[in-house]
Design a protein around this ligand. Structure first.
Ligand code: BGC
Length: 712
């Protein structure tokens, strides 16, 4: 730290503000704004940090300007959105959430970090930890889904994966937990809108994943660029200073979202950039990403007495400390100097394949139409997502390019079924009104024994600035699907998308439907493995799949209603035109095996604070196919001082079971996990009876139940 003290003493105000300034280079574009005069800015110390740049040579060139040509030689921090892989592209985050597997989450983040660090990047704007319950919102694709407990597991696994055990290692990236908070709750799912969330819900649903990231050592946190209950997060002192730094004890760097400091003017809380800069800095935001508000506004904010030099210094210190922790002062070129080992490329690809096939969720499979018989002689692969390499990568694909050997579903099937004749037609485009290709596509199916219909969204239909009011199949895909379904042949549908798509008619008529999301580079091979049964599906939904957009937001852990839904009862919590029940519940996902759970036990059944409850259940593979069973552990507090959710996830176990095998699945549930956020916003453990439920999804009908009594 002596180095930092010495630097702080030498720095001019302009150099200090330069360290708080992050500017966008142009290798990728992730927001509005124009490229500033980057090189000159680096030399003069007005730019201390960059984003949207990668490449060993490219990052070295700018680093050299900072280290060798600026007055103080302070190294640059180079950040990039390394979200689901860098060169090796893994499934999008929502798809990865379907794995329910923290080890794999950590491994894919580790590989992403290694590859990005090989390209000179030192910080990623990930993991994204926004609990998302509204699939109209395009960024649900980047999220861990609807559940806070899962988001917390994801926070820890991804932070460890990106940062490794030593942040200064040449293959470590600083992680940025984003976007604090409640961005998933934007009004009506509309991008960039405000969120109106109660404080208790903030503390119970939206904030815990960020506390989990801090506990895992995240180097940085990014406030969301929305306003929450009227307080724009970029200026939200109460949550950033009070909660995050004060209560959670976060000591790292707060990085604004893209242009967010200047957008405080649009939010209507600052009259000019001077006020905007002062509000953000005083709220604890250290780095101004691209808005230039700190550069332009902070000198005047100091003059006007809106900020103090001590506050400026504290932020500069945090940024310099991060650079120090990343090892940049000792060797600014350490990232980007390690050459990728060719051998590793194959391992990485294998990991991408494994993650992709595990992310696929088999939603329905009537009469065992899947897996396809290995003897099948002729199939038709129809639809606009069958041969769409670019779409398979999904949003935020970092350095990934469609031409980087992305496997399409058509290619995957050709490779997996070399003796089968495979005919292909797109039939229609993903979007657009042209239906001219439908009859030719139908014509191709004449001799097919089965049809694989590849439907869905384009990669650009979800992600940032990609909210939709209609979350059904776009364009003329329904017309195509209905024409194909009318043939009366076995039809298997793959849905490539960044959100659950509403299509009740499709689920009604298709023999099998798979959620294949955007699975990354190995998409096609992974889908083919599942379709042909060389891989037995194990992915589970990390969100509730609605029947209709009118049901959203929809999520399993709702609070009880005074007049709960009861079929046929008029004055119960429902709609006139649809029941409130989902198309598929949270946790749903079929397998080619058939599993049963039985014999749920809790020990002891009377507990007190500090105890551990041992929960066991017998898992049985009742089928003749080896597979992986998933069991979810939920709790419910039926009577408490505030209404508690109908179910709350507290654990997930995946167990490999051979055909006919039975095994005991065990959880150790700390009694503290029964605590909740009370009306006072304190976490409390209230004595009384707690229900313990275990099942293969959140569907109430399939749950086993037991109870424990918490003594006072
Ligand atoms: C997004 C962030 C992202 C940033 C930098 C913003 O538009 O909201 O998630 O990290 O751009 O690309």
């Amino acid at each position: 730290m002596r180095r930092i003290d010495a630097l702080l003493q030498k720095m001019t105000l302009e150099e200090k503000i330069g360290q708080l300034n992050m500017v966008a280079a142009s290798r990728v574009v992730t927001g509005p704004g124009e490229l500033r005069d980057m090189q000159e800015g680096i030399r003069t110390g007005r730019i201390g940090n960059l984003l949207n740049l990668w490449g060993a040579a490219e990052t070295r060139a700018v680093q050299r300007l900072a280290v060798e040509e600026s007055r103080l030689g302070i190294p640059l921090l180079v950040g990039l959105d390394v979200i689901h892989g860098h060169h090796t592209i893994f499934p999008v985050s929502l798809a990865e959430a379907c794995l329910f597997d923290p080890d794999l989450w950590e491994k894919t983040a580790r590989v992403a970090a290694e590859e990005a660090a090989e390209d000179g990047v030192a910080l990623t704007f990930a993991p994204m930890l926004d609990v998302a319950r509204d699939p109209r919102w395009g960024r649900i694709i980047e999220s861990p889904g609807e559940d806070t407990w899962i988001a917390c597991q994801m926070a820890a696994a991804k932070t460890l994966g990106f940062q490794g055990t030593d942040l200064s290692a040449p293959d470590s990236l600083a992680a940025t937990a984003k976007h604090l908070c409640a961005y998933g709750a934007v009004t009506a799912g509309r991008e960039y809108a405000s969120a109106e969330v109660s404080e208790r819900t903030l503390h119970e649903i939206y904030l815990p994943p960020f506390a989990a990231a801090v506990a895992a050592g995240t180097a940085a946190v990014m406030p969301a660029f929305i306003n929450v209950a009227g307080a724009p997060m970029t200026a939200n002192s109460k949550l950033l200073q009070g909660w995050l730094r004060g209560i959670v004890g976060f000591e790292g760097v707060l990085i604004s979202d893209y242009n967010a400091v200047a957008e405080l003017l649009n939010h209507g809380v600052a009259a000019d950039l001077v006020e905007a800069a002062a509000l953000a800095l005083n709220a604890g935001v250290d780095l101004d990403m691209t808005s230039g508000a700190y550069l332009q506004g902070l000198p005047e904010a100091l003059n006007r007495g809106l900020v103090t030099m001590a506050t400026v210094d504290a932020s500069v210190r945090r940024v310099l400390e991060l650079k120090e922790r990343l090892g940049l002062f000792d060797d600014p070129y350490r990232r980007g100097s390690v050459l990728p080992e060719p051998r590793r490329a194959e391992e990485r690809r294998a990991l991408a394949r494994d993650a992709a096939r595990r992310a696929i969720v088999l939603l329905s499979n009537r009469m065992g139409v899947l897996p396809l018989s290995p003897k099948i002689a002729r199939i038709a692969v129809i639809g606009p997502l069958a041969e769409a390499p670019g779409e398979m990568l999904g949003s935020w694909a970092s350095a990934g390019k469609p031409e980087d050997a992305v496997s399409t579903i058509l290619e995957g099937l050709k490779a997996a079924l070399p003796h089968c004749q495979i005919d292909h037609a797109a039939g229609v485009d993903i979007a657009g009104a042209n239906a001219d290709g439908i009859s030719a596509a139908v014509g191709l199916c004449g001799s097919a024994e089965a049809i694989v219909l590849c439907l869905g969204e384009s990669g650009a239909m979800s992600g940032e600035a990609a909210s939709r009011v209609d979350i059904g199949l776009p364009g003329r895909q329904r017309a195509l699907a209905e024409a194909i379904l009318d043939l009366g042949k076995p039809v298997v549908v793959t849905l490539s998308s960044g959100r659950p798509l509403t299509a009740p008619w499709l689920f009604e008529r298709a023999d099998a439907v798979l959620a294949t999301w955007f699975l990354g580079q190995e998409a096609g091979h992974a889908v083919a493995e599942v379709l042909t049964g060389t891989f037995n599906p194990t992915g589970r939904l990390p969100l509730t799949w609605p029947r209709d957009v009118g049901q959203v937001p929809i999520f399993y852990n709702e609070l009880p209603a005074g007049r709960p839904y009861a079929p046929g009862v008029h004055y119960s919590s429902t709609y006139l035109d649809l029941p409130p029940t989902p198309q598929f519940p949270f946790g749903h996902g079929l397998s080619y095996s058939r599993f049963a759970l039985s014999d749920l036990r809790c020990e002891p059944t009377r507990v007190k604070a500090g105890d551990m409850v041992k929960v066991t259940v017998a898992a049985h593979n009742e089928s003749e196919v080896d597979g992986e069973a998933t069991a979810f552990l939920f709790v419910r507090d039926p009577v408490a001082s505030v209404a508690r959710p109908l179910l709350e996830l507290k654990g997930v176990r995946k167990t490999v079971l051979k055909a006919g095998e039975r095994r005991t699945v065990t959880w150790r549930l700390p009694v503290e996990d029964l605590a909740f956020v009370a009306a006072s916003l304190d976490r409390v453990l209230e004595p009384g009876r707690f229900e313990i439920h275990v099942g293969q999804s959140a569907d109430g009908a399939g749950l086993l139940s037991a109870a424990v009594e918490l003594e006072s």
